[in-house]
Design a protein around this ligand. Structure first.
Ligand code: FE
Length: 178
């Protein structure tokens, strides 16, 4: 909308422009190509597994990311101390520990305390799921022993390192940190 037609639109609605917010409110994040056109925005995690972070919320300790796999694979077993929300954009996946399958268009809630092992790519070419991960991912070994963790700060570090390496530049990450 042009400025003139925007003004006419607001006048018709009888609304005064209220384009201000509290001075300490964070800036919004708007990403038109969330599933990116530029493949370099996918950060490798494991063979055939990538993430594309959309929001790295350092101030509240969570991150929103796309997870993509291209071939059959297994994501390290992990435990969530806080909830996770997932929305399947493409393909299917499941957990070794559950008997349901997450399918395209589906929503999944992972409760705090949940430990699971993601299995991807059973008969699909590509899987893409949006996850909001709160707190941390705690990785567990085959015997359930502690093997490592990710939190929003390790994700920020990984993103900076990768985007610098592929020529996008580490500064890109600043635009999605809040
Ligand atoms: Fe999980």
């Amino acid at each position: 909308m042009t400025n003139a037609s925007e003004a006419a639109f607001k006048k018709k609605l009888g609304l005064q422009p209220l384009n201000f917010g509290p001075i300490d409110a964070a800036r919004e994040v708007v990403i038109p190509d969330a599933v990116p056109l530029d493949d370099r925005l996918w950060i490798p995690q494991e063979p055939n597994l990538w993430i594309r972070p959309l929001l790295l919320c350092a101030s509240r300790g969570y991150w929103v990311t796309l997870l993509r796999s291209k071939k059959a694979g297994i994501l390290s077993r992990h435990r969530h101390p806080q909830p996770v929300h997932g929305y399947v954009i493409k393909g299917t996946w499941r957990y070794l520990e559950h008997d349901w399958i997450a399918t395209e268009g589906g929503y999944v809630y992972e409760p705090p305390g949940e430990t699971h092992t993601l299995v991807m790519g059973d008969g699909v070419d590509e899987m893409i799921t949006l996850f909001q991960v709160n707190g941390a991912m705690i990785y567990l070994g085959p015997e359930g022993e502690l093997a490592g963790y990710d939190d929003v700060h390790t994700k920020i570090e990984q993103a900076r390192e990768h985007y610098e390496k592929v020529g996008i530049g580490a500064a890109y990450v600043d635009g999605i940190i809040r």
